[in-house]
Design a protein around this ligand. Structure first.
Ligand SMILES: [Zn+2]
Length: 278
């Protein structure tokens, strides 16, 4: 190879290999078997993807190079030390069992003292909340067969990310469910974009989360955007990663404008930061 050809060839090949390396490491979330985390299970190389279940819920399976991997979302309420039993059904027949031992992760607790009447909902609000909770639980069970091509996500709105995922809040000593999302501080009206390519499967105006959108990215990977001031999409619409879908707001039960962003895997709210760069 003469010197000129070498110089021309080098930058191109260096660029290609680093770009590929970056892509293959960023395609998957950072994994660790903790409450609110994602466990990775190697399933070997088969011609077709095994079907994987955690209890009754299907689990996301993707190809990683020569092998299939299952990515299991671990619910925040899971006790450290407990074992998750994951079943993989081989396409050629036969069942394989995998066990995930859940490791500990310390999340912050926050104790708040408020006037007693302030935390209890009226009978009417409670009935509304129960209805909406049942509806959202149904939405979060969505499992569409086609797995996403990447699990890498873009931050849905610019702004400071709070590290409050998993925060355990106590009002007058009474535990609330842990915070299942990331809060991003941004002024009302700031555009909100789809964190990944997907389909709009729910749009609602709910007691706690206000105006809310849920996207289905495939194979049980969902994202949820809450407290919106405006919704710029419609149900069943397919959206590209980074496409505008809404505006930041302060709807629902909030103390100020921000985006609440949640990511779900097999119905478990997992830490959105695991899917974002940096
Ligand atoms: Zn939040």
């Amino acid at each position: 190879m003469n010197r000129r050809r070498f110089l021309l060839a080098l930058p191109a090949s260096v660029f290609t290999s680093t770009a590929l390396a970056r892509e293959s490491t960023a395609r998957f979330p950072r994994t660790s078997p903790v409450p609110g985390g994602v466990a990775r299970i190697s399933l070997g190389a088969a011609g077709h993807a095994p079907r994987v279940r955690l209890g009754t819920q299907r689990v996301l399976v993707m190809r990683d190079g020569g092998e299939w991997v299952a990515l299991v979302g671990i619910a925040l309420a899971t006790k450290p030390g407990s074992r998750l039993r994951v079943e993989a059904e081989r396409p050629e027949g036969g069942m394989e069992r995998h066990e995930v031992t859940v490791a500990d992760k310390a999340y912050t607790s926050q104790h708040l003292k408020v006037r007693p009447g302030q935390v209890e909902l009226s009978a009417q609000d409670l009935a509304r909340y129960e209805r909406e909770r049942a509806h959202l639980a149904g939405v979060l069970k969505t499992f569409s067969e086609e797995a996403p091509s990447t699990l890498a996500m873009v931050q849905p709105t610019p702004g400071v990310r709070s590290g409050s995922f998993g925060l355990r809040r106590y009002f007058n000593g009474q535990a609330r469910s842990p915070h299942g999302g990331m809060d991003i501080a941004a002024p009302v009206g700031t555009p909100v974009v789809a964190a990944s390519a997907g389909r709009v499967i729910d749009i609602g105006d709910y007691f706690f989360s206000g105006r809310t959108i849920v996207l289905d990215h495939g194979a049980g990977l969902l994202s949820l955007y809450a407290h919106l001031s405006g919704v710029d999409t419609r149900i069943a619409q397919n959206v590209a990663a980074g496409a505008p879908i809404a505006k930041v707001g302060a709807t629902g039960r909030v103390t100020g404008p921000h985006l609440h962003f949640s990511v779900y895997l097999n119905t478990a709210a997992v830490d959105p930061a695991l899917f974002l760069p940096g």
